[in-house]
Design a protein around this ligand. Structure first.
Ligand code: COA
Length: 201
């Protein structure tokens, strides 16, 4: 039976692999982003490293097969991403000097703009999160269990609400979030992405 436990540094490669296999709108991203370190460097590993209290993995025989990763306070996370995480990536992914042309270029631009995470519309939802499970473990209640684990941890720490950003076209994920009580947060001038939020209790 899969189990949920806190993230450990030895889970790093498995967590990165889950990210790669779910980063193309919920599906395998390897053909879209050939560099396997790119997406985890933006959407998974900085959370596990900077916010270990809010990083949980679903394991099968102690091997991670899913995760939920939270940042307790989004402005603080964006600041730490800039000052503590980005310098570690600068050699591998230098700041772009021209407009992005490829999907990889677009992600590198995003990586170099952590301040994009801080928008006034989500100020009442200080935390944000990412959740991904390998396909074989989806639709069995594990996503709900992971989410409950994170919501409890945030609530216990006194963080009242959480938000997330998803690609609007990821309709299966939207059905999941709707079922878990997330609601739409209106944000002007976005259509490719949707903002959702809920209280942590
Ligand atoms: C989205 C995801 C995290 C959901 O986790 P999951 O383990 O598959 O979902 P669960 O089995 O815990 O489902 C919880 C509830 O949501 C509903 N749900 C989940 N996926 C659904 C879908 N595709 N369509 C309709 N309802 C769905 C379930 O029926 C369940 O309802 P219930 O508990 O009231 O019976 C998981 O499927 C996943 O990792 N997908 C690929 C990566 C991804 O898209 N991540 C989100 C990026 S924004």
């Amino acid at each position: 039976m899969p189990e949920i436990r806190p993230y450990r540094p030895s889970d790093r490669d498995a967590v990165a692999d889950i990210c790669v296999r779910t980063a193309d709108n919920g599906g395998d991203s390897r053909s879209l982003y050939p560099d396997p370190d790119l997406m985890p460097s933006i959407f998974a590993l900085p959370y596990a490293e900077l916010e270990p209290d809010y990083a949980f993995v679903l394991t099968d025989a102690d091997h991670p097969v899913g995760y939920v990763l939270g940042a307790a306070d989004t402005p603080t996370f964006a600041r730490r991403f800039r000052t503590e995480w980005l310098p570690r990536l600068a050699d591998r992914y230098p700041p772009p000097t021209r407009a992005p042309e490829t999907p990889t270029d677009q992600m590198i631009s995003l990586m170099h703009n952590p301040e994009r995470l801080v928008i006034p519309e989500v100020a009442a939802y200080p935390a944000h999160l990412h959740i991904d499970l390998l396909p074989a473990y989806q639709r069995s209640g594990h996503g709900r269990a992971l989410m409950t684990t994170l919501l409890n941890a945030l609530s216990t720490a006194g963080i009242p609400a959480v938000h997330l950003t998803m690609l609007t076209s990821n309709t299966p994920a939207r059905a999941f979030y709707d079922r878990l009580g997330f609601h739409h947060i209106p944000v002007p001038d976005v259509d490719v992405v949707t903002y959702l939020g809920r209280s942590t209790s």
